[in-house]
Design a protein. Structure first.
Length: 379
């Protein structure tokens, strides 16, 4: 298979779809890989390393999109990238379609096969291709929170861990999945007073077993969210209903009653955000203030630590990329229910139910869509 890896074009996005080690593995399986020139330069993966791994260096993205059977990326295709996709071509990347009607429309129009990292599943609980970036973003959320609590950033001047004789800051983490546990671990590591809310009692039990009394676990209700948000210096939004738009758990009215200079980090912003006052921001301008509360809503947080993130992402995606390339996309999808759960759009059909529901499209199951498209091709 001919695989193409374009340079990412989102604001301050320095990750790249494959490390040189990932390229080498695909090449050793008999595939060809094109990498856009300087696509990994900013994070220490230069053209020479990609060439040594067996890649062809291509100077412009349009050539990669024109020639590749499968595009491997990091971030959702931007509008001009969507317009370069075509029927019988596969794109394997984060999509986050539920809150993004324009991208959905363009992907449907392209006719391409669009597999979203964030909805691929595994035998255990969890989302194996979202997890590595959630680990990164969860850890970063506390760094971002600590930084923005500083007065010069608009924060209320609380040090997360306090000092002897001075109480620590109160951190509220809403959602105790991968982002949440990583945020909680970092915040506790810095000595903060951490409360975590989740709707899954099983998950709260697990977290209690891991952290004991150091972490306060509370069942997530409107009442609990309100009580703890009013006391918090830092709130981390870390909920997910897979594939769906994030539920708005903190209302504008509640924000207006929070402490002035509190910080809210909405990690769930890529699914639309879980605070009513959230709107996506960039690494260039990561924060804004509503009613005295600092909001940090960067939709590609791991892009800020792009070298670590790229290695973590390729570690997770490579086995799936190899399966798609070795077997061919249709067979790989038909063979593996978990990979098939990643299929969001195929040949002009929406194949992920939560996305269809969120955006008002008809839902066609992935198996039906694959069969229909195959029939059309042979007709
Ligand atoms: N902004 C960024 O750069 C990044 C954003 N993310 C996003 O972070 C979000 C969380 O991801 P993960 O932790 O991997 O998901 P996860 O599935 O591991 O955890 C989500 C948790 O939210 C809980 N939850 C659902 N509804 C809730 C409610 N009403 N109250 C409290 N808890 C609730 C679930 O029970 C689950 O434990 C996702 O939207 C993901 O896309 C992930 C990585 C990077
Ligand atoms: C998960 C995601 O959207 C990111 O890593 O940017
Ligand atoms: Mg994102």
């Amino acid at each position: 298979m001919l695989i193409g890896v374009p340079k990412e074009i989102k604001n301050h996005e320095y990750r790249i779809g494959l490390t040189p080690a990932g390229v080498k593995e695909l090449v050793s399986h008999g595939h060809q890989v094109m990498v856009q020139s300087n696509g990994g330069e900013a994070i220490g993966f230069d053209n020479n390393q990609y060439v040594a791994a067996g890649a062809e260096i291509v100077s412009e993205a349009p050539e990669i999109f024109a020639r590749a059977d499968m595009i491997i990326k990091v971030k959702e295709p931007q509008p001009n990238e969507c317009r370069m996709l075509r029927q019988s071509q596969t794109v394997f990347t984060y999509l986050h379609l539920a809150p993004d009607p324009e991208q959905a429309r363009l992907l449907l129009e392209s006719g391409a096969t669009c597999i979203a990292y964030e909805t691929v599943t595994s035998n255990g609980r969890g989302l194996p291709l979202l997890a590595p970036m959630s680990e990164v973003a969860g850890r970063m959320s506390v760094q971002a929170g600590a930084h923005n609590l500083e007065k010069a950033q608009g924060g209320n001047g609380m040090l997360l861990g306090g000092v002897p004789g001075v109480e620590p800051a109160k951190v509220l983490v809403i959602g105790g999945g991968v982002v949440g546990i990583n945020a909680a671990r970092m915040a506790m590591g810095l000595g903060a007073d951490v409360t975590l809310l989740d709707r899954s009692l099983d998950r709260l039990k697990e977290l209690d077993m891991i952290f004991g009394g150091r972490l306060k676990t509370v069942y997530s209700t409107e009442d609990a969210i309100e009580r703890h948000a009013l006391e918090a210096d830092l709130v981390v939004g870390a909920v997910l209903i897979p594939g769906a738009a994030a539920p708005k758990l903190i209302t504008r009215e509640l924000v207006s009653r929070m402490k002035k200079g509190a910080v809210m980090v909405d990690v769930a912003i890529d699914q639309g955000g879980c605070f009513e006052t959230s709107r996506a921001t960039t690494h260039q301008e990561p924060t804004y203030v509503v009613d005295g509360v600092v909001h940090y809503c960067v939709a590609n947080m791991p892009g800020g630590v792009a070298r670590s993130s790229t290695m973590a992402l390729t570690n997770a995606t490579l086995p799936y990329a190899l399966a798609l390339a070795d077997k061919g996309v249709d067979v790989a999808l038909a063979d593996d229910e978990h990979l098939r759960n990643g299929l969001n759009v195929h040949a002009g059909m929406v194949t992920y139910e939560a996305v269809a529901d969120a955006l008002g499209y008809d839902y066609v199951s992935a198996m039906d869509a694959l069969a229909r498209a195959a029939l059309q091709q042979t007709a």
